[in-house]
Design a protein around this ligand. Sequence first.
Ligand SMILES: [Zn+2]
Length: 202
Amino acid sequence: MLGKLELIVGPMRSNKTAELLRRIETRRQYAKQYVMLLKPSDDTKAAAGLVESRNQNGCGRMEAIEFRSADPWSVLPVLAATEQQIGKHIECVAIDEGQFVQDLFLFTKRLLESGYDVMVSGLELDFRGMPFGEMIDISWLVRTYSGNITELVSYCSCGAKAIYPQRLVDGKPASYESPIIMAGDFYEPRCAEHFVLPGRPH
Ligand SMILES: [Zn+2]
């Protein structure tokens, strides 16, 4: 049987991670499902990590299995070993920060075809306002397999709905030329009018 895909998208501070953790908790508590939470990391070591939500309400943190964002396939043997250990098919795989995962489209498709429900949360746009990783691609999987997309909302300081992740470096808008993934960067959600991107070509 094919799995279903639940996609949770929205800009930063829209409580994507909190929503993901809430859904995991619900499946575990009420449906008695085994849900494996995955966290992409640029670390080379795969280890137990934590996924934390910035939202103070609700479940704030949960243990996760870290994997190298360049190689989600390394998770497959972990899934198999866990199933061996618990003696059943894992019902659901949840992925936080999906925008960082290489091969996200193929990896998610593979999980769905192997009968896992998949939940993915992440950013659809990067600081340039361009598609981030394969997050937008996987909405095709929702339409083609089954599942749903939840668009969470956050607000610009002017009160309008925020669409863009504004990257700030030392309190100033980062230029178009800065790298897509930067250590220790800071973002705030902004509306189209207040989104600033120095050096943008278009
Ligand atoms: Zn605004």
